[in-house]
Design a protein around this ligand. Structure first.
Ligand SMILES: Nc1ncnc2c1ncn2[C@@H]1O[C@H](COP(=O)(O)OP(=O)(O)OP(=O)(O)O)[C@@H](O)[C@H]1O
Ligand SMILES: [Mg+2]
Length: 249
C-alpha cells in the first residue's frame, strides 16, 4: 500500500494573551491509496482539504492518528527520501517558482544534489511531457501565462519522480481550456509512470473528470469514499447535493 491514513486528526490552536482557541480541522480521517491509484478529494471551502494535503506532504504536523507511506511511519520517515515519495502542486504556481530564477535554474534545483549527467535531456523531455518547449528554459516565471506557469511547476515536481503528487486546486484561476489541458497532463502522468495523484478540488465536475474514486469531506470528516459512478448515482446526502448544485456547467 502506498499510503495508509488512520484516524488522522488535526487541531489548530491559536493562543492570545487572554485565551487559547482550538479548532478541530480534521476529525479521524482514514483512507488508503494503492501505488499507481489516483483519487479526487472534494469538499466545500474550509472543510480541511488543504490541511489534509499539507499533512500528507509533511508540510504541517498532525495531532492524532497515523500516516504511513509504503508501510513506514511518516513521523519517522527520512526527510531526504520523503521528497521522492510525495510532492505537492499548489493553487498558485508562483508559490513554487522563484521569480528571480530562470526556469532552467528552478528545474535544476529540483534534482537536489544528485544532478544526473543527462539533466538537460531530462528537463527537455519533462517539459515536453507537460506540453512546453525546451526553449523556455532561459525565461523567467513572469514571462508565462498562469496555465504555462502551472505546467512548469508540474514539470518541476515530475523531475523529483515522486510516487505521489498532491495537487491542491491546481486549476484555480485557470480558464476551462487550461484546466482540461492540466487534467490531461495528469492523466498522462498516471498512464505512463506509476505515479499516484490526489486531486484536491471544490469542483465536483473537475473531480469526476479526473479520477474514478472520490473522497468527500465535510467539516473535517470523510463522509464518502466511493467510485465517482456511485456518488453520482446516489446523490442523497444534502451536503453532496449542494456540491453538485455549485458546479458550473
Ligand atoms: N494555520 C491555521 N490556523 C488556524 N486555523 C486554520 C489554519 N489553517 C486553516 N485553518 C482552518 O482550518 C479549516 C480548514 O482549512 P483548509 O485550508 O484545510 O480548508 P480547505 O478545505 O482547503 O478550504 P478551501 O477550499 O477554501 O481551500 C478552516 O476552517 C480554516 O479556517
Ligand atoms: Mg484549500
Amino acid at each position: 500500500m502506498l499510503l495508509e491514513v488512520k484516524k488522522l486528526s488535526k487541531i489548530y490552536s491559536e493562543k492570545s494573551f487572554f485565551k487559547e482557541s482550538r479548532f478541530l480541522a480534521l476529525n479521524k480521517v482514514s483512507f488508503n491509496l494503492q501505488e499507481g491509484e489516483s483519487l479526487s478529494i472534494i469538499g466545500s471551502s474550509g472543510c480541511g482539504k488543504t490541511t489534509l494535503g499539507k499533512i500528507l506532504a509533511n508540510i504541517i504536523s498532525f495531532d492524532l492518528g497515523s500516516v504511513r507511506y509504503l508501510g513506514e511511519d511518516l513521523k519517522k520517515y527520512p526527510v531526504a527520501r520523503l521528497s521522492e515519495t510525495v510532492q505537492m502542486v499548489f493553487q498558485n504556481p508562483y508559490a513554487s517558482l522563484d521569480p528571480k530564477l530562470k526556469i532552467k535554474s528552478s528545474l535544476l534545483e529540483a534534482f537536489g544534489n544528485k544532478k544526473p549527467a543527462d539533466a538537460d535531456k531530462i528537463m527537455a523531455d519533462t517539459l515536453k511531457s507537460v506540453g512546453l518547449d525546451a526553449k523556455i528554459l532561459n525565461n523567467y516565471p513572469h514571462q508565462f501565462s498562469g496555465g504555462q506557469r502551472q505546467r512548469v511547476a508540474i514539470a518541476r515536481v515530475l523531475i523529483k519522480k515522486p510516487k505521489l503528487i498532491i495537487a491542491d486546486e491546481p486549476f484555480a484561476s485557470l480558464d476551462i481550456y487550461s484546466q482540461n489541458q492540466i487534467t490531461d497532463i495528469f492523466k498522462n502522468i498516471i498512464k505512463t509512470t506509476n505515479t499516484s495523484i490526489i486531486l484536491i478540488t471544490h469542483d465536483i465536475s473537475a473531480a469526476a473528470k479526473f479520477a474514478k474514486r472520490m473522497i468527500i469531506i465535510n467539516e473535517g470528516k470523510i463522509i464518502k469514499d466511493d467510485t465517482v459512478k456511485k456518488v453520482f448515482a446516489e446523490k442523497k446526502d444534502k451536503y453532496i447535493v449542494n456540491l453538485f448544485s455549485s458546479t458550473e456547467f
